[in-house]
Ligand binder design. Structure first.
Ligand code: NI
Length: 195
């Protein structure tokens, strides 16, 4: 089942999310709904707060980047980069910061270059609650860093310069009011009232 995606301005996107355990209700179904929602919206990651749940869970599938990255060359290592991350903890971020043009399903029609460290070491539980610790780089790291921010209540627009933020303010306001056209279902915090 496809779920509505919460838009910029909703307070849930600003909450630090809570850990879950194996008894979390209907977790399998939730994960499957999150993948379905993400694919339908042509995203490469979706975090639980974006569908209105304040829990530390996100799904990613970076395989579109296997064919198409910044250079137009693609990173074949991402072909099967599909994961569920539960209660993740970033152990370390390292390497030189690099810029990548990020977007977010909660912030449609805005894409901006964001600087982040090239490597991330992350510990997480998969959908079977098995623990993993991996080091990621490049676009794999980038997707994980972006989604991890979501469960910490942060958004990529927070990382932009004050000038850029000021320039985007009007556009962000129109998004929270629902004055955007998107190809997927969204939930807007401040829908514009009809006269
Ligand atoms: Ni996002």
């Amino acid at each position: 089942m496809k779920l509505p995606i919460v838009a910029y301005g909703d307070p849930i996107l600003r909450k630090k999310a809570e850990e879950i355990d194996e008894d979390y209700p209907n977790l399998k179904e939730l994960i499957s709904d999150m993948f379905e929602t993400m694919y339908a919206a042509r995203g490469v990651g979706l975090a639980a707060p974006q569908i209105g749940l304040p829990i530390r869970l996100f799904v990613i599938d970076a395989s579109p980047f296997a064919e198409d990255d910044e250079d137009g060359e693609g990173d074949p290592a991402l072909k099967d980069f599909k994961k569920v991350l539960i209660n993740p903890i970033i152990i370390a971020e390292k390497g030189e910061k690099w810029g990548f043009n990020e977007g977010c399903l909660s912030i449609p029609d805005i894409n901006e270059e964001v600087m982040r460290p090239s490597h991330v070491v992350i510990n997480y539980l998969d959908e079977n609650f098995e623990e993993h610790e991996v080091e990621l780089s490049g676009l794999a790291a980038r997707v994980v860093q972006h989604e991890y921010d979501h469960i910490e209540g942060k958004l990529f627009v927070d990382k932009l310069s004050p000038l850029k933020k000021a320039m985007l303010k009007g556009k962000l306001d129109t998004i929270s009011k629902g004055m955007v056209h998107v190809g997927y279902k969204m939930k807007f915090p401040n829908p514009k009232k009809k006269r």
